[in-house]
Design a protein around this ligand. Sequence first.
Ligand code: 3PG
Length: 332
Amino acid sequence: MGIVQTLTDKKKQERTVEFTSLIMGKKILIATEKPFAKVALDGIVNILESAGFEAVALEKYTDKAQLLGAVADVEGIIIRSDKITAEVVDAAPNLKIVVRAGAGYDNVDLEACTRRGIVVMNTPGQNSNAVAELAIGMMIYMARGRFTPGTGSEISGKTLGIHAYGNVGSLVGKYGKAMGMTVLAFDPFVADKQIFAHDGVTEVDSVEELYRRSDYVSLHIPATDKTRKSIGQSLLSLMPKGGTLVNTARKEVIDEEGLVKALTERPDLKYATDIAADLQAILNEKFGTRVFATQKKMGAETAEANINAGLAAARQTVGFLVDGERKFQVNK
Ligand code: 3PG
């Protein structure tokens, strides 16, 4: 037994030495135009370095050329909303994995990565709470006339429509219920329909019904070829008097011309977004306090969300490069 133990230990040691020499000095880039909180970055670096990788951070970069230069010798990249285009992929001959520390991966050219055999992952659910809290905060902000003097309204007693019932949408529903709202949801992609009854949420049959019945609609659809510009005048004009659309998803899902038309025709409608519209200057000028956009996307901008998503991204990067784990791969 003693000898077996010794041999096993020796083998383990040899394997560790072999493995360590394989990854020693291999670089993982943390590319964040919008940086993680320091506490999160420190945690990410610690996970990567403890596994034997060299962690390199490129933060607040202003030029694509900086990213192209930084990827030249890396095995993995951890990103937020940073764009991994075909050009970035071409500039990274050693790249094996891209992990989007967050939910949406519309900023990654999946085809270009797949062609090169590069694994792409996201970290689903890790920053959802921060986004859900912001969505509720924006509802209250709009209900109270953006905190300007005058009489506002309460969200309690109103109907909240959740457009896409995933990690963020279901949390917004939960918080909406806690605030006394009636919660409806539309999401044909939810496989387990029991979840709605379980959560005390009413599933509606069509997206039109959702907008027709909801005082507030909270948007959580991803930006895909199917959803781009899918929310516009026809849906918004169905909303009840005083209806408010809250967008913490993506600007691309909004048909902005249609939004302008809806807000023009219906002086009671409001739009709050965490991702400024391309036409935001026009929206602000024409509709004043009926529209609101954060200065820079801030849904996931909490220390907690940065830690959760960032550390998950670091663990997934190590898990793949060391053990071949692919649980959260999105380009299968
Ligand atoms: C996401 O898709 O996870 C959110 O939009 C957060 O994006 P961010 O990391 O750029 O803040």
